[in-house]
Design a protein around this ligand. Sequence first.
Ligand SMILES: NC(=O)c1ccc[n+]([C@@H]2O[C@H](COP(=O)([O-])OP(=O)(O)OC[C@H]3O[C@@H](n4cnc5c(N)ncnc54)[C@H](OP(=O)(O)O)[C@@H]3O)[C@@H](O)[C@H]2O)c1
Length: 267
Amino acid sequence: MAEAERSVQQLFDLSGKVAIVTGAAGWLGSAMSRALAEAGATMVVTSRQADQAESFAASLPGSGHIGIGFEQGDTETIPAFVETVLGRLGRIDILVNNAYGSTAPSIDSATAEDFDRAYHVGVTAYFLLAREVVNHLRQRQAPGSIINIGSMYGVVASYPDAYTGLPTNSPPNYHGLKGGLVHLTRHLAVYWAQDNVRVNAISPGPFPKPVTAQTMPEFIERLEGKSPMGRMGRPEELKGLVVLLASEAGSYINGQNILVDGGWTAW
Ligand SMILES: NC(=O)c1ccc[n+]([C@@H]2O[C@H](COP(=O)([O-])OP(=O)(O)OC[C@H]3O[C@@H](n4cnc5c(N)ncnc54)[C@H](OP(=O)(O)O)[C@@H]3O)[C@@H](O)[C@H]2O)c1
């Protein structure tokens, strides 16, 4: 007999689930964390500063959320971080690998160290944390969802003229790592599908922080001129997709890289 069809409310409901968002207090991580909390998840939010993580956790809707200080570049600390979460909340169902920070060199000045550091924080750490979460899900024999935050710059190149003459770059180490992350997402998805763990990427288009609009209005104007919708993304425009991929509403979506870019990559 066919299983009873669930309602949209049931499919998107994350009540009882525990979700980790790394770099959660940042520009996009904060909106995605609020989205998952609003859908009912108990949140584990990280920042490199424990007090920032704790105060952000306290700001989220609902109760039981925790904030933990976590520097993912120190990859040897990843097993202990996961143990801490399990010790405090007993389970992990969803991981959003979002945190990223590194150098932003130009093509002419980029060094091997720029590349190594970016890849370490933005790919190696994402993989090691995801694998640790999957090991826990296997032990529990529970389904899970891993969401890697990629970028449209893991799929398409920059327009050089958007950057010419301005004090900003589209760094080559960022393009290399995000392209690698998008492909790693597909690879993990097919291996971990047998564990009932789905792995997908969300690739934002241009979502500049307010400080960029204040300090470099010309840069924003140039980017808007390249965008089919003629405007930049707003963090809340990632909320629906992160809940879709995290929840049973997305239970047959696996190995995908979904762009939220106002049509940037559709030209
Ligand atoms: N904004 C965009 O236009 C855009 C476009 C495409 C993709 N993305 C991607 O979206 C994600 C979030 O970016 P965002 O724009 O929200 O930037 P953001 O505000 O700078 O947030 C990223 C957070 O990552 C944390 N972080 C940095 N280095 C870390 C490290 N070594 N270990 C642990 N945490 C670290 C920082 O948190 P703490 O300082 O609290 O530790 C920071 O707040 C990134 O993966 C980024 O590449 C952004």
